[in-house]
Write a protein that binds this ligand. Structure first.
Ligand code: MG
Length: 301
């Protein structure tokens, strides 16, 4: 998931489609427990702009249905993709070796694609905090993120048909073991450590650019024909080289025919590179200033 990086280094890294989850604030009791008085927002806690997004993610059955329909639709298309030797889902910049004849794979992001980290976001809303790396790592190490609807059935179906299930995540290296354990606990197939490519993955002969996933896609492309990609961020599919709303739309434009056939996009209103694109990718700006720029970006018509 998430990496919400402060300012300067941020631009390049955020371009990578890294996910950012907000925080600062002590980690309260488990989300499953009934709300205790200590969890209630302290008096005077300012309204949190993420409240509706997190509430929708957790409470709206529509959220669950979107995941279910996406994974079900992908599953219905998978065997045809498998039988078509020319079918490949890597963007042209990352498909450096011919795909034909390689073993088949599907590539999935982890956070908000197959694992649900909304309890972490809920904690931030309740505490009034913003993303911070230590609290995010602590949540990951709890290994309690649930599988998102449809993800387990799809990935198991793929594995049962001889399709390698590969996860590319921007979780940091120190979270590798917890992440693999969480995936397994949630029922997701993990063939072995090689099927998980975290942020620290070394890719020979490829210049890593921040948290961009391009090198890791290229690495997969050397061994596999990629039937499908899944993610909640544009950077899960291609390398985002300019993070403005217009540039994001422009970069994905050549691939619109692949949406819903080779690329399956899932909804994440709670965080992601779409957000800093609205305030010049400047996380060092005060919260109120970032908020003002987001309001300025709203369309009236
Ligand atoms: Mg994600």
């Amino acid at each position: 998931m998430p990496l919400r990086l402060p300012a300067a280094a941020a631009l390049l890294l955020l371009l990578a489609g890294c996910s950012a989850a907000p925080s600062k604030s002590p980690v309260p009791a488990p989300a499953a427990a009934p709300p205790a008085p200590a969890e209630a927002a302290p008096a005077g806690t300012p309204a949190d702009d993420n409240l509706n997004a997190v509430a929708w993610t957790q409470a709206a059955v529509e959220h669950d249905l979107i995941y279910l329909q996406t994974f079900r639709d992908a599953q219905a298309r998978l065997l045809a993709a498998l039988k078509n030797p020319g079918w490949d889902a890597l963007p042209k910049d990352d498909r450096l070796a011919p795909a034909k004849g390689l073993k088949p794979a599907v590539v999935l992001d982890i956070d908000e694609t197959v694992l649900d980290n909304s309890p972490y976001q809920a904690r931030l809303v309740k505490s009034g905090g913003e993303y911070d790396e230590a609290a995010w790592a602590a949540w990951c190490k709890e290994e309690r993120a649930r599988a998102l609807p449809g993800a387990v059935a799809f990935t198991r179906f793929a594995a049962a048909h001889g399709v390698a299930v590969i996860y590319i995540s921007n979780r940091t290296k120190d979270l590798d073991q917890a992440t693999l354990a969480n995936l397994r606990k949630a029922g997701l197939p993990v063939a072995g450590p090689a099927s998980f490519l975290g942020l620290g993955t070394f890719v020979p002969d490829c210049e890593q650019n921040g948290t961009e996933k391009g090198c890791r896609r290229q690495l997969i492309g050397r061994q596999y024909r990629v039937l499908m990609q899944f993610g909640d961020q544009l950077g899960d599919f291609l390398s985002v080289t300019a993070n403005t709303p217009e540039a994001r739309a422009r970069q994905v434009a050549p691939y619109l025919d692949w949406i819903g056939t080779r690329w399956f996009v899932l909804p994440n209103p709670t965080y992601g590179s779409w957000e800093p694109a609205l305030f010049n990718n400047d996380w060092s700006a005060p919260r109120q200033e970032r908020r003002r720029l987001k309001i300025d970006a709203l369309r009236n018509e």
